[in-house]
Design a protein around this ligand. Structure first.
Ligand SMILES: [Zn+2]
Length: 207
């Protein structure tokens, strides 16, 4: 990541990125600038949640954004897990919507402009299941990832089933939930926050 953007994260979230030389953060943020908005949103919510949490490493791995934190909990896991899922449809270079590609044996996530090789559609980007919400594609994709992730974690990871409702009020995405647990709360908080940081239709981060 560009040094200016890294420095901005360290300046804006000092408790989260404290004692960097003692962790793998000494190597810096190991991914492209296209994921800055995701990393910034995770950092904001984790800092607000608990000042004890410390980031140990942020890196691209197999075309996805991996956040490793110390002193985390179910809420922080909900946030970092959803950022991981969204990174798989977000170009690591520019932040536009993209897909995962295999190139010379490596997986990367890229938009059509930055695409290096053969596409692998591991994430189903068909959003027709949320068509009735009448959202632009960028937000529809976020909601679909949230609903699919909540279902997966209920079936495989003992997350209590949650009822999730999605509305658009005064031009803002509003996701609410009942039941679920702290992980669900982290996932929903992340979606509500990140939706305000991207364009509803293109999914492109807004400066
Ligand atoms: Zn791109």
């Amino acid at each position: 990541m560009t040094e200016d953007l890294e420095e901005k994260l360290y300046r804006d979230y000092p408790s989260l990125y404290r004692n960097r030389q003692q962790t793998l953060m000494s190597e810096g943020v190991s991914c492209g600038d296209g994921w800055f908005a995701l990393i910034d949103a995770v950092s904001f919510l984790l800092s607000k949640h608990d000042q004890k949490i410390r980031v140990e490493q942020v890196k691209e791995k197999l075309g996805a954004l991996n956040f490793y934190v110390q002193f985390g909990d179910k809420y922080s896991t909900g946030i970092t897990m959803l950022a991981y899922m969204i990174s798989q449809v977000t170009c690591e270079i520019c932040g536009s919507l993209g897909a995962r590609y295999e190139h010379q044996g490596w997986l990367t996530t890229r938009c059509p402009c930055h695409r290096p090789g053969h596409e692998i559609r591991e994430i189903d980007v068909d959003c027709s299941s949320v068509d009735d919400l009448e959202l632009g594609f960028g937000w529809a994709l976020l909601v679909k990832i949230l609903l699919d992730s909540a279902k997966w974690h209920t079936e495989h990871n003992a997350m209590p089933a949650a009822t999730i409702s999605v509305k658009k009020i005064d031009g803002q995405l509003l996701v609410e939930y009942s039941n679920g647990n702290e992980m669900t709360r982290g996932m929903v908080d992340f979606i509500n926050f990140y939706a305000r940081r991207i364009d509803e239709c293109s999914g492109q981060p807004i400066e």
